[in-house]
Design a binder for this molecule. Structure first.
Ligand code: TGC
Ligand code: FAD
Length: 391
C-alpha cells in the first residue's frame, strides 16, 4: 500500500502539539498506546456483536482514566486539556469507549465527588477509579429527555429511608453498573440518590436493536418501590442544577472526543484517496477529492482550536456553561459532517466495517443527540446572547 505522500499530517495541520505541556503530551501518548494495542484490534468484532470490552476496564483504570479529572480518592487529577486529549484518543477508536469513560468519570464519579458526603466519596470513588465499580447516570426518562424538569421518577420519605419509583431510559452502562446515580423528584425538588445493584425492586433493561453506539452498553433502569437509605442520598445536590452541573463537565469531554472520531475518519479517507486508483491515477490527485479533504480538514482544525482554547479557559475556571454548549454543539456537528463526507470518499468501501468510518458516523449520530441535543444547545447559546429563553 502506498503511504500518504503529503508534507503535513492531519495532526500537524491541527497543530496542537506545540501548544501542549509535557504532562498533557504524556497522557495522550499513553492513551494512544492503550487504544491501539488493546481496543482497536477488537472494535470491529465488538461493534458487530453489540458488546463493550468490559474486561479491559482495569486497563483504563491503570492509566488513570477513570475519574481522571478528579483530585484525591485514587483519581489522577488531570487538568482539562489532558482529560480532553484522553477523550480524543479514546474516540479515535469508538465513541462508545469514550462514552464509558465519560459516564464513569464526568457523570457518576463527578456527581459523588461534587455532591456526595465524605463517607460516600470514600466508599465509592477509589473503587470506581480502580474500575472495580462501574457507575451510570440516570436522568433521561421515556417521556422526558430534553426537558428533565418534567421528570416523573419520585422519591418519597418513609422514616429514615426513601422509596424510589420510576423509569429511566437510554442510560449508558445501565446493565453493567454496580451503582446508578438516580435523579428523582421529591416534595422539596429534584434530589440525587446512589442506587446499588441488588437493591430490591431495582433492575436494568436492555434496549434492543440499537444501530448506533453498538460497542457501548445502553439500557433502562426500573425502580419499583426501591428502598434507599438516607445515607445514599447525595446531601449537597439540591435542584436540577446538580445534574446540569454534571452534564456541563461531561459535555466538555464529548466535544474533545468527537474530534478524535473525526480525525480518525479523515486519516482513513486521506490514506484511501492516496491508495485508490481510478481513471489511471490515485483519486487523491483529483481536484474534487482534494476539495473534500481540504474542507473537512479545515473544519476539524477550527473545531480543535476551539476545544483547546475553551479547555484553557476551563483550566482557569472561566468557562461559562453557554461556552460549553457552543463547543459541544459545534464539535458534534463538525464531526458528524466530517464522518459522512469521509465515508463518501471511500465509495462502496465506505460502508464496509473494516474501514471504520460508517461505524464512527453511526456513533456520531448519538453524540449529536445525547448530552443535550444540537437544538437544545442552540437555544442555550441563544438564551445567553439574548436573555430570552426560547426552549
Ligand atoms: P432551569 O430549570 O432554568 O435551571 C435549573 C438550574 O440549573 C442551572 N443550570 C446549570 N448549572 C450548571 N451547568 C449548566 N449547564 C446549567 N444549566 C442550568 C440554572 O442556573 C438553574 O440554577 P438555579 O440556581 O437558578 O436553580 O433549567 P435551564 O432552563 O437552565 O435548563 C434547560 C435545559 C433545556 C438547558 C436543560 O434542561 C438541559 O440541558 N436539557 C438537556 C438534557 C440533557 O442534556 N440530558 C442529558 C442526559 S445525560 C446523557 O445524555 C449522557 S450521554 C453520556 C455518554 O454516553 O457519553
Ligand atoms: P426529545 O427531548 O424528545 O427531543 C426530540 C427532538 O425534539 C430533538 O431533535 C430535540 O432537539 C427536539 N426538541 C426538544 N425540545 C425542543 C425545543 N424546546 N425546541 C426545539 N427542539 C426541541 N441519558 C441519561 O440520562 N444518561 C445516559 O447515560 C444517557 N446515555 C445515552 C446514550 C445514548 C447512546 C443515547 C442515544 C442517549 C443517551 N441518553 C442518556 C439520553 C439523551 O440524553 C437524550 O436522548 C437526549 O437528552 C434527548 O432526549 P430525547 O431522546 O428524549 O429527545
Amino acid at each position: 500500500m502506498d503511504r500518504v505522500q503529503g508534507e503535513l499530517s492531519i495532526e500537524q495541520l491541527i497543530g496542537w502539539d506545540g501548544l501542549l505541556r509535557d504532562d498533557e503530551r504524556q497522557v495522550r501518548k499513553s492513551v494512544r498506546r492503550l487504544v491501539s494495542d488493546r481496543f482497536m484490534p477488537r472494535i470491529v468484532a465488538d461493534y458487530e456483536a453489540g458488546r463493550f470490552a468490559l474486561e479491559l476496564v482495569p486497563e483504563l483504570a491503570k492509566i488513570g482514566l477513570l475519574g481522571a479529572n478528579l483530585e484525591g480518592y485514587g483519581c489522577a487529577g488531570m487538568g482539562p486539556v489532558a482529560y480532553g486529549l484522553a477523550c480524543h484518543e479514546l474516540e479515535t477508536c469508538d465513541s462508545g469507549l469514550r462514552s464509558f469513560v465519560s459516564v464513569q468519570t464526568s457523570l457518576a464519579m463527578f456527581a459523588i465527588y461534587k455532591f456526595g458526603s465524605e463517607g460516600q466519596k470514600e466508599r465509592w470513588l477509589p473503587e470506581m477509579a480502580a474500575g472495580r465499580a462501574v457507575g451510570c447516570f440516570g436522568l433521561t426518562e421515556p417521556d422526558h429527555g430534553s426537558d428533565p424538569a418534567g421528570m416523573e421518577t419520585r422519591a418519597e420519605r418513609d422514616g429514615k429511608d426513601w422509596i424510589l419509583t420510576g423509569r429511566k431510559l437510554w442510560i449508558t452502562n445501565a446493565q453493567v453498573a454496580h451503582l446508578a446515580i438516580v435523579w428523582a423528584r421529591t416534595s422539596e425538588g429534584v434530589r440525587g440518590f446512589i442506587v446499588e445493584r441488588g437493591m430490591a425492586g431495582f433492575s436494568a433493561e436492555e434496549i434492543p436493536h440499537k444501530l448506533s453506539m453498538r460497542a457501548s452498553v445502553t439500557g433502562g433502569l426500573l425502580l419499583e418501590g426501591v428502598r434507599v437509605p438516607e445515607e445514599s442520598r447525595l446531601p449537597e445536590a439540591s435542584g436540577l442544577k446538580a445534574p446540569l452541573a454534571c452534564l456541563d463537565n461531561a459535555r466538555f469531554g464529548v466535544a474533545f472526543g468527537v474530534l478524535g472520531a473525526a480525525r480518525a475518519c479523515l486519516e482513513i479517507a486521506l490514506q484511501y484517496a492516496c491508495d485508490r486508483k481510478q481513471f489511471g491515477v490515485p483519486i487523491a490527485a483529483k481536484q474534487l477529492v482534494q476539495l473534500e479533504l481540504a474542507d473537512i480538514a479545515t473544519e476539524v482544525v477550527k473545531a480543535s482550536l476551539l476545544a483547546l482554547h475553551y479547555a484553557r479557559l476551563k483550566e482557569a475556571g472561566r468557562l461559562h456553561p453557554a461556552q460549553t454548549s457552543l463547543l459541544k454543539r459545534n464539535n458534534c456537528r463538525i464531526a458528524l459532517e466530517a464522518a459522512r463526507r469521509c465515508r463518501a470518499v471511500l465509495g462502496a468501501n465506505g460502508v464496509a466495517g473494516e474501514f471504520h468510518i460508517l461505524r464512527h458516523a453511526a456513533n456520531l449520530e448519538s453524540t449529536f443527540t445525547y448530552e443535550g441535543t444540537d437544538q437544545i444547545h442552540t437555544l442555550s447559546i441563544g438564551r445567553a446572547l439574548t436573555g430570552s429563553s426560547a426552549f
